[in-house]
Design a protein around this ligand. Sequence first.
Ligand code: ADP
Length: 174
Amino acid sequence: MTDITLVRGDITEQAVDAVVNAANSSLLGGGGVDGAIHRRGGPQILAACRELRSSQYGRGLPAGQAVATTAGRLPARWVIHTVGPVHSEQEDRSALLASCHRESLRRADELGAETVAFPAISTGVYRWPLADAARIALTTVRQTQTRVIEVRFVLFDDPAYTVFRDTLDALGPA
Ligand code: ADP
């Protein structure tokens, strides 16, 4: 069974098999966690993303999908880039946010990654309310069949950590 762990910290410092990036569909880098991953991981990651752009994702990676690249200089083997949905008041995009988590784990299984670190996808620039994002992320990981042994949510600040902790506690034992 997959163990879900929560840490407060910086995802670029996690020694895991795969780090999930909350990318944007261009795959060419951005702010937030995406910027931090490219800065710390070095130019190899961007080169691999450009390659994917030209070979398979000319129109960009659609929200809810995931692709893997090298992790460059990060203390991980791979980066799995997934594009979260922008939160909308008009439209329920929860299925896309769930898909990010499911598809990232599917990529992890393809790679043989046993430890995977996730950020709180869509909760930054994409404005998803933290408690709702935490509920979707945690329930989706719990419901996904995967060979990943540890899914580690890496929360960048105390409020995010607390919300994920409370949400996981409220879900009760797996
Ligand atoms: P999105 O566009 O999907 O909203 P962001 O990068 O803007 O992505 O934010 C996603 C979450 O990642 C936010 O909760 C933000 O605080 C967090 N974050 C930013 N930098 C890091 C980092 N180095 N490690 C872990 N989480 C981070």
